[in-house]
Design a protein around this ligand. Sequence first.
Ligand code: 5GP
Length: 187
Amino acid sequence: MKILEQRIKKDGRVLGKDVLKVDSFLNHQVDPELMQAMGEEFATIFSDEKIDKIVTVESSGIAPAVFAGLALHVPVVFARKNKSLTLPENVWTADVYSFTKQTTNHIMIDHRFLSAAENILIIDDFLANGQAVEGLLKIANDANANVVGVVIEKTFQKGRQILDERGVRVESLARIKGFENDEVIFL
Ligand code: 5GP
């Protein structure tokens, strides 16, 4: 998606060898017009699928997911990160290791908001090693929901390969091949 690539080039900041900061337009300050365009793009890409619900993880996935939900006219559910020691009842759960934060989050979705035979579209801000999407896939499997697809991608990490092997359709709006001298190189 050209406008997203242009925005990443203009405002993205490369951190170390494998992290891109997009906090000025995606996951701290949010550009609603860009989110809307991204939501519409997701809706076009997935127009051939029956989608009942969009599922994401708090907090960075929420903005693109909500705009995709608006464009597809479906509800959006975000998995919460459980911060208390006790687990609430009636929740689907998964553990997700975050390589950017180097911690494991316990994510959960209330049974009321995900049920069997629902076709869900998983949307997240980044696909890196695939841990966040795998956590959502586990929850979707536990709930017997059917999974459709995903995200924005760093192709030099292993997330895409893991999801391809599972037969999950992955669609990304920008595909980053790598970083060279703090420049983003797209595929
Ligand atoms: P994965 O679970 O695929 O390894 O990583 C995806 C999650 O980690 C996303 O939810 C995202 O929040 C975070 N993440 C992974 N790579 C990056 C990155 O380069 N920049 C930012 N801002 N977040 C990232």
